[in-house]
Design a protein around this ligand. Structure first.
Ligand code: FPP
Length: 253
């Protein structure tokens, strides 16, 4: 079955298929707390978190959402205990290797955003392979933010624009939102419409600072390893109840 035929499969009846977010971004928080509550090591939360992410990706694909972006590792996460960082790097690599075949079958196009040069070389190689082998897939666009920081991304964009000015390729007056966006890691990916954060923290934590300017925020107390389709359904209901004004005056006013 092609991705096209699967669109809106099992979409709950109380959701309006014409008002779904095109792009959902998730801050997957609470893995450590989930594991601790069960008296297990933190890494068990990350392991379970992968299964939750896989199911969310399938759900987005089934329900006709075009893009999903997940915050897997921030530039600040290097400050965690070495064994947790090493576990996460090995986990990313193993999951990529194991899931590539299914992603290809399911037409998923996987991409990574962040400073990938600082990742272990074996992980970089796995990322390169997955990106290359799925780049023409017409299905859901799955972006994994790894060693990602929103501020760093904006600085990198500024540097790259400054270099172009220095080289005489563009003038300062040429800088506008669309030019700026082309210098971000996310060039070519539409902005998120809905940003979900689990585990109750009300902050963006340096995630998609530019891109989330008009995203609707949904925060749930549920910890990431417990986030399921029913929770996602609630997030979409909440999204569809909102009036997106983009800074203008709303219809109801
Ligand atoms: C935050 O919970 C979670 C992370 C830093 C890691 C998230 C990564 C995954 C779920 C794996 C994704 C895998 C792939 C291949 C994309 P936390 O550890 O900060 O939890 P806490 O706040 O309870 O301590």
């Amino acid at each position: 079955m092609t991705a096209k035929h699967k669109i809106f499969q099992d979409l709950p009846a109380d959701l309006d298929r014409n008002r779904l977010p095109r792009h959902v971004a998730v801050i997957m928080d609470g893995n450590g707390r989930w594991a601790k509550r069960q008296g297990r090591p933190r890494i068990m939360g990350h392991r379970r978190g992968v299964d939750v992410l896989k199911d969310l990706l399938r759900c987005c694909r089934d329900w006709g959402i075009e893009a999903l972006t997940a915050y897997a590792f921030s530039t600040e996460n290097w400050g965690r205990p070495l064994e947790e960082v090493e576990f996460l790097m090995t986990l990313f690599e193993r999951v990529l290797r194991q899931e590539l075949r299914e992603m290809k079958e399911e037409n998923v196009r996987i991409q990574f955003v962040g400073n990938l040069d600082a990742l272990p070389t074996s992980l970089q190689a796995e990322i390169e392979r997955a990106v290359l082998e799925t780049k023409d897939n017409p299905g859901i666009r799955f972006t994994v933010a790894t060693n990602y920081g929103g501020r760093q991304e904006i600085i990198k964009a500024c540097r790259s624009i400054a270099t172009q000015i220095q080289q005489g390729l563009i003038q300062p007056d040429d800088i506008d939102e669309s030019l700026f966006e082309r210098h971000l890691y996310t060039a070519g990916i539409c902005d998120p419409d809905l940003m979900i954060r689990t585990s109750g923290e009300m902050r963006l934590s340096n995630f998609l600072l530019w891109q989330a300017a008009y995203a609707e925020l949904y925060v749930t107390d549920t910890l990431w390893p417990d986030f399921d389709r029913a929770e996602f359904h609630q997030a979409l209901i909440s999204y569809q109840q909102r009036e997106r004004r983009f800074g203008k005056v709303g219809k109801k006013l």
